[in-house]
Design a protein around this ligand. Structure first.
Ligand SMILES: *Cc1c(COP(=O)(O)O)cnc(C)c1O
Length: 382
């Protein structure tokens, strides 16, 4: 069998919607993007949704609208994708790495407070694998210190924390519609916020600092006129992407249920297997199940995580690792980051591997992944 690590769930709905936009001839952001924003905002239940061309752009704009300055510090987990920390560097500000919890792989709230200084301006929690971070703890730390909370929700559409939906808790939440994410538009992102001022400025900054976008100008009699109010960016999405996004959003919970079913089968199968620790989700949360991480125990197994992945690939199962901790990379090493400060990250990085999980995975495929993992674990015990 050949099972990819990920397969996007694209049907004739998305293909038809994209084709319709191509035929209509309005290709950049316009009416369709406004519709996507409106439906996204309603789905999440937030004040504003601002569509951009990536979650990285979304996070960059959030830090811009909160006026992050050179030398400011922003708390980020040490185990995330580089985008979370890289956007802080755009301002010559400092990403301050914090260790994760060993079982959830989420930023450890107990470690956040000790890294806060007089220069800290924001916390950027990452809802790793789709599981929301401990937001009550994070929000209370932030409000006591007057810090902004900008959520990296690239993995977590849809997800819930104590009954609240991700996208309604922090000062701003950034979603990703990258090719592999839980809904996709090829490339894309969304900012959700209740702060009208931030939303308004993010709309201006996403298109060159122009006060009105192409569609608003198209609709007005003085269509050629606009003002530039600051040096903005080229972060708008397109109506082709938004047409795909509207279709994907319509099936966001159907696709979530399909992934959740895969996750439940994995968790049920790996629970009793020696040498494997299935991923922990706290009982007060619902994960979006973007990833299914399983950690292998080097004290029980005679093979390393890398070898485990190789053996899975030999059996035709696509695998990945999320994430290589930031301190492993040349760039962050040069900034003085070192694994010595992050014992849980080091432990998780030695053990964790991500299994295929995507909507449309067949029972035969799920069975095959389970059999392969269990068989490799059994055959390679110390
Ligand atoms: C995918 C990802 C991003 C970046 O999303 P883009 O839409 O590609 O910019 C950011 N953070 C995390 C944790 C991600 O996995």
């Amino acid at each position: 069998m050949d099972i990819p690590f990920h397969k996007p769930y694209i049907t004739d709905d998305e293909i038809g919607a994209a084709a319709e936009m191509l035929r209509a001839g309005w290709l950049t952001a316009g009416k369709k993007t406004a519709q996507f924003e409106e439906e996204f905002k309603k789905y999440i239940g937030c004040g504003s949704a601002v569509a951009v061309n990536s979650a990285t752009a979304a996070m960059h704009l959030c830090l811009a609208v909160m006026d992050l300055r050179e030398g400011d510090e922003v708390i980020v987990p040490a185990m995330t994708f580089t985008a979370t920390a890289e956007v802080v560097r755009y301002f010559n500000a400092v990403p301050v790495l914090v260790d994760i919890e060993a079982d959830t792989h989420l930023i450890d709230p107990d470690r956040i407070e000790e890294r806060i200084t007089g220069r800290t301006r924001a916390i950027m929690p990452v809802h790793y694998a789709g599981q929301p971070c401990d937001m009550d703890r994070i929000l209370s730390i932030a409000s006591a210190r007057r810090l902004a909370v900008i959520e990296d929700a690239a993995h977590s559409l849809p997800a819930w924390y104590r009954g609240r939906r991700v996208g309604t808790m922090g000062d701003a939440t950034c979603f990703s519609f990258y090719a592999t994410k839980t809904i996709t538009t090829g490339e894309g992102g969304m900012i959700c916020t209740d702060n009208d001022g931030w939303a308004k400025r993010a709309r201006v900054l996403r298109l060159h600092g122009i006060d009105r976008d192409a569609w608003q100008r198209h609709e007005s009699s003085r269509f050629w006129q606009y003002d530039v109010v600051e040096a903005g960016y080229k972060y708008n999405t397109t109506d082709i992407a938004s047409a795909i996004g509207v279709e994907q959003l319509g099936k966001v919970e159907a696709m979530w249920k399909m992934r959740k079913r895969v996750a439940e089968r994995y968790t049920g199968a790996f629970g009793g297997v020696d040498g494997l620790a299935p991923y922990t989700v706290r009982p007060d949360r619902e994960s979006a199940w973007y990833l299914y991480p399983v950690d292998c125990d080097p004290d029980v197994l005679s093979i390393t995580r890398d070898r485990f992945i190789e053996l899975m690939r030999e059996r035709g199962v696509g695998m990945s690792v999320h994430f290589i901790p930031l301190y492993e990379f040349t760039y962050y090493k040069k900034m003085g980051c070192s694994g010595a400060d992050f014992p849980n990250c080091r432990r998780v990085f030695e053990r964790t591997m991500s299994l295929p999980i995507f909507p449309g995975m067949t029972d035969a495929e799920i069975d095959y992944v389970i059999e392969s993992v269990v068989d490799i674990a059994r055959k390679n015990k110390r």
